[in-house]
Design a protein around this ligand. Structure first.
Ligand SMILES: *Cc1c(COP(=O)(O)O)cnc(C)c1O
Length: 385
């Protein structure tokens, strides 16, 4: 069977696995060893050592992640932010400039506005749905453009094909955070993105029990990022590698189930009197539904909605529902929900939040693996009189 024609589900199980199997083990064991026989490696970065991202657990993940993303190469890191910071610190040098989508994940926004300027790296935020505005923000020292597949928390979908075309016309590195979608929904490398970032803490591991990240994409860039991670030290621990590897095997069944349930939950919410608006890319009412349908295989497990009664109604719903847990993070087996205005975007002023469409009553929901019928019944009770 030719690798490239193998489906994602089969790659999740078999790609990257060492052959012959280590000790005949059907499941790759955890290599809890910090160092390995030195075999004359002449490049420091090839020396077999735990921080240098080359244990059997790391290698298996790199092969599997590259295969499932349809990319040339991959690297796992200690967290999503380790992946994002290491990739940016490789692509950008002192004096360089970045174009970034507005409304980015809070940790990334904090890095771009609070940390990178100290190193001489500046960012201009642009509206990723308005390609005409990117040209105006371009400078001679602009090196990269950075977007997210689905924005947080409103789940908007940027003009992603235009981002790739714009980057290639202007000699920029195109970078995308695909965490909210996962490769089951969308594989940006196949569209031409140079670097794809995943917080594997979320859907990729999917069990809410580790922090991990991945950088996937062009082999020359991944090699440079690996060398930087070797020095910065944000390496994924082998035991976390083992858990991520185990979690990945069920990625497709989990995300497809979560997508099905999320569509049913979103449809239910949209029809409910207590609900003002629902944002889910799988709904025909979503502003970029057509684009999402063209680009994505499935629409993912994240839903955002606003209740007519605002924050008080959201808090009432939280306290009355029995299944969803009020917590940050996403992509796990338990349904989680949160009010982004208080828990995630508290660094924005009320005016900035209003401009970004993040009302006080907005709820972000990560649909888990409970039965959709039970979630909908629970929501109905929680929203009822
Ligand atoms: C969680 C998250 C991150 C950061 O990942 P960590 O694993 O928490 O470091 C980055 N981007 C998005 C979209 C996320 O949801």
């Amino acid at each position: 069977m030719h690798r490239d024609e193998t489906s994602l589900e089969t790659k999740l199980i078999h790609a990257g696995e060492p052959r012959p199997r280590v000790g005949g083990a059907v499941v790759l064991p955890v290599f809890q060893s910090s160092t390995y026989d030195y075999a004359g490696q002449m490049d420091y970065h090839d020396v077999p050592y735990i921080r240098l991202n080359n244990s059997p657990n790391h290698r298996a993940l790199h092969g599997k992640l590259a295969a499932i993303e349809g990319a040339e190469a991959a690297l796992v890191t200690a967290s999503g932010m380790a992946a994002i910071s290491s990739a940016l610190l490789t692509v950008l040098s002192a004096g360089d400039h970045l174009l970034a989508q507005d409304g980015l994940y809070g940790g990334t926004h904090g890095l771009l506005t609070g940390d990178l300027p100290d190193l001489g790296l500046t960012t201009t935020f642009v509206n990723a749905r308005d390609p005409a505005s990117w040209e105006r923000a371009l400078r001679p020292e602009t090196k990269a453009i950075y977007v997210e597949t689905l924005t947080n928390p409103l789940l908007q979908v940027a003009n992603l094909e235009s981002v790739v075309a714009f980057a290639s016309t202007n000699g920029l590195v195109s970078m995308i955070d695909n965490t909210f979608a996962s490769p089951v929904c969308f594989r940006p490398a196949e569209l031409g993105f140079d670097i794809v970032l995943e917080s594997c803490t979320k859907f990729m591991n999917g069990h809410g029990d580790i922090a991990a990240g991945a950088v996937v994409g062009r082999a020359d860039l991944i090699d440079r990022i690996k060398r930087r991670v070797d020095h910065l030290g944000g390496t994924l621990d082998p035991h976390a590698c083992f858990l991520l590897h185990r979690g990945l095997k069920t990625l497709s069944v989990r995300v497809r189930q979560q997508s099905d349930s999320a569509l049913r939950v979103a449809t239910f919410l949209e029809s409910h009197d207590a609900v003002e608006t629902v944002s889910y890319p799988g709904l025909a009412s979503h502003a970029q539904h057509a684009r999402a349908a063209a680009l994505f295989d499935t629409f993912g497990g994240m839903v955002a909605f606003e209740l007519r009664g605002g924050a008080a109604a959201a808090e009432r719903m939280f306290s009355r529902a029995e299944l969803p847990i009020v917590a940050v993070s996403l992509g796990g087996t338990e349904t989680l929900w949160i009010r982004p205005a208080v828990a995630i975007h508290q660094n924005l002023s009320p005016e900035e939040r209003a401009r970004s469409g993040i009302g006080d009553g907005l709820v972000r929901m990560s649909v888990g693996l409970e039965a959709a019928d039970d979630l909908i019944a629970d929501l109905g009770r929680a929203l009822g009189p």
